[in-house]
Design a protein around this ligand. Structure first.
Ligand SMILES: Cc1cc2nc3c(=O)[nH]c(=O)nc-3n(C[C@H](O)[C@H](O)[C@H](O)COP(=O)(O)OP(=O)(O)OC[C@H]3O[C@@H](n4cnc5c(N)ncnc54)[C@H](O)[C@@H]3O)c2cc1C
Ligand code: SF4
Ligand code: SF4
Length: 374
């Protein structure tokens, strides 16, 4: 993996409009800050190599190397990444009364992980009105307060940097696929310094096709409502084609055609729908409201799911083959679409000293482009 400093981070990520505001470069040093969803550099820094560049999920990400370190195998471009099993799940009898996004699987698993000592802190995403906030949660009773999806890109990983600095030893992190890529880079300790060890014990990724720019969403929604009264947001499955916002005065529905222009450009170069570098990945369960689709990838994830099921924290069931096929098709479409954009923008596998956003082996590029997504 090629590692540079903050000057190159500004050139490669900010000037190309690729920053998703994940927070991985925030709170490492005094220079990078996130304010209302946007990450900025306050002062220049002259270090030739920095963790800011090394952790960023949009700068010189060597997917083969990262997948090898995280999953123990080469990156092969399969739509859903490597996994052990896919289940339908929802929060179990021990988690009654939590208002979650769909099945509450994420909140239930994190609560169980903290109650049983697998993690000593959870890195989660809260919000104030529409502004997503990175949170370190140390009491299992506070995990549910961060439930539900904030559909804006969030600086969640800044809280992981804070947790490491404060000396936590077993961190659980929940985040989108780009955030899981940042966490995988952090765990691989790219600069090889013992003091940079990031003790992550559990990663739970969320499926993500796109997110929304916080500031632009604020400007659109503040014309329609008082954003302080938002209770929950949801993007119901097709054919609904809306963003539904529950407020204390009732629901408001906004057409996706009005919302989609607020997607940051960088989401269109993102090849990962299902958080391929996480221990577990969770999304909606199409056709079964109140449930989740759960992809179990690692041994850590599998053990947690088994124990949480036995202890009544989650319920799990088989998922129909047609749901798996549909998810796989959606993931393959995102991969192919984003790969074509990466190629068109000359952001992948660049040569002659030009830095890339992503590197993957050329034969895998060919394989993804040849995948039949219809
Ligand atoms: C931006 C975004 C886009 C998504 N797109 C899809 C999609 O296309 N298809 C699909 O099936 N599912 C998508 N999801 C996932 C889905 O909305 C649910 O998060 C998932 O199904 C888990 O449901 P749950 O009931 O278990 O979550 P809950 O138990 O309610 O827990 C939700 C967790 O998500 C975390 N979180 C909330 N907002 C963010 C954020 N912005 N960034 C990082 N972490 C966050 C919270 O910390 C919390 O722990 C998306 C989520 C987000 C945040
Ligand atoms: S690490 Fe995250 S917040 Fe920082 S520049 Fe990269 S994408 Fe933006
Ligand atoms: S589409 Fe990709 S880059 Fe955009 S928020 Fe989702 S995971 Fe991050």
């Amino acid at each position: 993996m090629q590692i540079f400093g903050s000057r190159e981070l500004m050139e490669d990520v900010h000037q190309r409009d690729l920053c998703i505001g994940c927070g991985a470069c925030v709170d490492l040093c005094p220079y990078f800050r996130n304010y209302r969803g946007k990450t900025s550099q306050l002062f220049p820094c002259t270090l030739e190599q920095g963790r800011c560049y090394a952790y960023c999920p949009k700068a010189e990400v060597d997917l083969n190397e990262l997948t090898r370190i995280t999953n123990g195998a080469d990156y092969d471009g399969r739509p859903l990444g490597s996994y052990k099993t896919i289940l339908g799940t929802r929060a179990g009898e021990n988690m009654q009364g939590v208002e979650a996004q769909s099945g509450g699987t994420v909140t239930a698993l994190l609560t169980f992980a903290m109650q049983t000592g697998l993690i000593d802190v959870a890195v989660l995403t809260d919000r104030q009105a529409l502004i997503p906030i990175a949170r370190m949660v140390t009491d299992w009773q506070d995990i549910a307060a961060c439930a539900t999806s904030k559909f804006t890109a969030a600086p969640t990983i800044a809280a992981l940097n804070s947790a490491v600095r404060e000396g936590f030893q077993s961190v659980g992190v929940v985040g989108t696929p780009c955030q899981m890529t940042a966490v995988a880079q952090m765990r691989s300790n790219p600069l090889g310094k013992p003091e940079h060890t990031v003790p992550v014990a559990l990663t739970v990724g969320l499926f993500c096709n796109w997110s929304l720019d916080t500031r632009r969403l604020m400007s659109v929604l503040s014309e329609k409502m008082d954003t302080a009264f938002i209770r929950k947001m949801d993007i119901p499955p097709p054919p609904a084609n809306i963003l539904r916002i529950d407020t204390k005065n009732g629901p408001i529905k906004i057409s996706l055609s009005e919302i989609k222009p607020l997607i940051p450009h960088t989401c269109f170069i993102c090849m990962d729908l299902t958080a391929e570098l996480a221990d577990l990945a969770v999304g909606m369960y199409e056709g079964r409201q109140g449930w989740n689709t759960l992809i179990v990838r690692s041994d850590t994830g599998a053990r947690l799911v088994d124990r949480a099921r036995d202890a009544g924290f989650i319920e799990a069931a088989e998922i129909p083959a047609e749901n798996k096929a549909h998810l796989s098709r959606a993931a393959a479409e995102k991969k192919e679409r984003s790969l074509r954009t990466l190629i068109r923008r000359e952001l992948i596998n660049t040569e002659n000293g030009r830095r890339a956003a992503v590197r993957i082996p050329p034969q895998i590029v060919k394989r993804i482009l040849a995948t039949d997504t219809h």
